[in-house]
Write a protein that binds this ligand. Sequence first.
Ligand code: FPP
Length: 256
Amino acid sequence: MKSDTRQDLRLNPEKLPAHVAIIMDGNGRWAKKRLMNRIKGHEKGSKTVRSIVTAARELGIGMLTLYAFSTENWARPQVEVKALMVLLKRFLVSERDELMARGVRLNILGQMEKLPEDIQEEAEKTVTLTQNNQGMALNLALSYGSRQEICAGMQALAREIKAGQIQPHEITEEMISDHLYTRQMPDPDLIIRTSGEFRLSNFMMWQAAYSELFITDTLWPDFTREEFIEILINFQERDRRFGKVKCSTSNDGSPQ
Ligand code: FPP
């Protein structure tokens, strides 16, 4: 494991987010700025994936979710979709040993059945191989869309109602959470989006109810371990109230 740097020491290991999710954006702009093909941006972005997964594991983050391919991304030019699939496959195969060595467990969130067969096979192999690892969970959101996820979950609940297994008034928030790809996972405490856009882009809309959001102008291929740690430090300085008031106020709301 990497030795602590001065920066790492500013992080409080007791107050780390249990689940960090990242909307990796800006690969195309990174390439355009360098007069390169967009695919070069995705290639450089894959290297960032590797370094941030390593950093998250070393820092002791319990769960990292990366938004790698959305349901909307299928509408990109075929050549770009194909290139992204090649990079995903390469990651799933080449990182297998590394994930095992570092005790990382891989999960896929999204419409697995929509992915090309070879990717499904490689993903299944890596998920099965790493399923008992206890170090960190790495979720790759692939062909993932929050609306599609909620829609599929509601269809499943409707089927249970139709089969008489539950009554409509018995539906709880926990039951809805349990019908999403993220079932049994903690909601993200922190969602980071690179490249400066202030939107969720159909990502974890149910799960993000109380997530802290951090938007950085840095383009994903330029995102570093150092900036990741600065964002985690910023997270630790935030006051999360989950819609409640601070403990230092009395029950009638007046400050104590
Ligand atoms: C957004 O940048 C990024 C994506 C749609 C794909 C993310 C994929 C990778 C980082 C590489 C492969 C992933 C793994 C897990 C190995 P954009 O193309 O929308 O950028 P732009 O907004 O600047 O055009």
